[in-house]
Design a protein around this ligand. Structure first.
Ligand SMILES: Nc1ncnc2c1ncn2[C@@H]1O[C@H](COP(=O)(O)OP(=O)(O)OP(=O)(O)O)[C@@H](O)[C@H]1O
Length: 254
């Protein structure tokens, strides 16, 4: 007996595989990989109980759990689902399409605005001034901005350095930059509890990782201890960057 296997089925399998891979990547970057693994194990047990062993009583309990499970999943993963849709909308190809029709990209930081940020980081790195700068992209950070001091200033190298200067009232916490404006400083970021973050990295780095797991922002850290410049982006650390590497990373379309 032959399977009626056509191109459509092949595309179907390919799409399901990509969906699973993308979900895995998203869960990994947001630190919920154990939850994802737990759900997979549950689905496998459910399939074995209902399809292979055909246990009716246990099967009917699992069936009930699965029927309410979809709602539970939406509640559990609401941040991840939101991020997934935002990332989909901000994907390079979709942005190209938007640029084709509108002529510009909403939320994109121009190269001229990146240079003062890179220069400020370089200076702070040399003087070992600690800094935490978040570049907001398509995922809105209004709730984070509300935790700090809001203003609407042009991006300026001196201003960035002054804010993070040790005696400045706003040096503690994170600065949020959106497009060509510094939107706030002294903001509190969510701290990542990821066990894989190296032990020598403290709260500033964990806060950078936290925001990168919950949004599509770039979070730049200048270490007060070592002067190292690092970036957390999409749940990944890019450590000990040179000025050129930082510029390339920030200029790259996400
Ligand atoms: N949740 C947070 N949101 C924003 N900023 C934070 C947060 N937690 C800590 N910080 C900032 O990090 C500073 C403390 O950094 P800490 O020394 O613990 O981190 P670190 O990663 O070791 O950095 P460094 O290498 O600069 O010492 C605080 O003074 C504060 O400015």
């Amino acid at each position: 007996m032959f399977f009626d296997f056509g191109v459509k089925d092949f595309i179907d399998i390919l799409l399901v595989a990509s969906l699973l891979y993308y979900t895995y990547k998203l869960m990994k970057s947001s630190g919920s990989i154990n939850l994802f693994a737990g759900i997979l194990v549950f689905v496998m047990i459910w399939l074995v109980v209902t399809q292979v062993l055909e246990m009716r009583l246990l099967g009917s309990i699992f069936d009930k759990l699965v029927s309410v499970g979809v709602v539970a999943l939406i509640i559990l993963f609401q941040d991840e689902i939101r991020r997934f849709l935002l990332t989909l909308g901000s994907h390079r190809n979709v942005r190209r399409l938007v640029r084709f029709f509108t002529g510009h990209i909403e939320g994109k930081v121009e190269h001229d605005d990146i240079l003062p940020i890179v220069m400020a980081c370089l200076n702070m790195s040399k003087q070992k001034v600690g800094a935490l700068i978040v570049m907001e992209h398509t995922f809105p950070l209004d709730e984070i901005i509300a935790t700090g001091e809001e203003f609407n200033a042009e991006i300026n190298q001196r201003l960035i350095e002054n804010i993070f200067f040790k005696n400045s009232p706003l040096h503690d916490g994170a600065m949020i930059i959106n497009k060509n404006k510094i939107r706030a400083a002294g903001c509190i970021l969510p701290v990542s509890h990821d066990m894989n973050i190296p032990k020598e990295l403290g709260l500033r780095h964990r806060a950078a990782m936290g925001i990168s797991q919950q949004s599509d922002a770039h979070a730049i850290v200048v270490s007060e201890e070592t002067g190292d410049i690092s970036v957390a982006y999409q749940g990944q650390f890019y450590l000990k960057l040179s000025a050129e590497e930082l510029e390339t990373l920030l200029t790259k379309e996400n």
